[in-house]
Design a protein around this ligand. Structure first.
Ligand code: CMP
Length: 143
């Protein structure tokens, strides 16, 4: 079964949006397979966002993602990687459609509430980076 890595960023946690976000993915029909509230270290942030290390906003990005707790999650379901990206909306909340998470709750591209893996390859990499095998739970869920 396909899995993706989703993370409510520090702004989403601070603004009490974690429940709303979990609710959206549960209501859609996806299955929560792992979750932890955690403080990202500088090293983890730099590894996770390694592909952006040459971008002018890299320092700001690392500073923001380490500024407070995040809710790291693994979600499971058919086509969950692409569908979760659709549900999140475009990276810049000002361009994200109403009805999407960023479209409904965000204003700035830096503080855009949620991160989600953009491909099968990054989902696998990000899940391994944030979760140990024994933190991912396998169980039957009623549809
Ligand atoms: P995310 O999906 O977590 O992946 C990379 C992040 O970089 C992205 O969400 C944005 O939050 C952030 N980002 C992209 N462009 C900018 C920018 N111009 N300024 C600050 N942050 C940015």
């Amino acid at each position: 079964m396909e899995q993706t890595f989703l993370m409510v960023k520090p702004d989403g946690v601070q603004r009490n949006l974690t429940g709303e976000i979990v609710n959206r993915f549960e209501r859609k029909g996806f299955k929560l397979a792992g979750a932890k509230l955690m403080q990202i270290t500088d090293d983890l942030a730099k590894t996770h966002y390694g592909e952006h290390q040459d971008k002018p906003f890299f320092g700001e990005l690392v500073e923001f993602i380490t500024s407070g707790p995040v809710l790291a999650m693994v979600w499971e379901g058919d086509n969950v990687i692409a569908t979760a990206r659709d549900m999140m909306g475009k990276t810049n909340p000002l361009e994200a459609a109403p009805g999407t998470i960023r479209g409904d709750y965000g204003v700035t591209v830096g503080k855009n509430i949620i991160h989600g893996s953009d491909s099968h390859e990054s989902a696998e990499k990000e899940i391994k980076l944030f979760f140990n095998d024994n933190e991912i739970v396998s169980y039957e869920k009623q549809d």
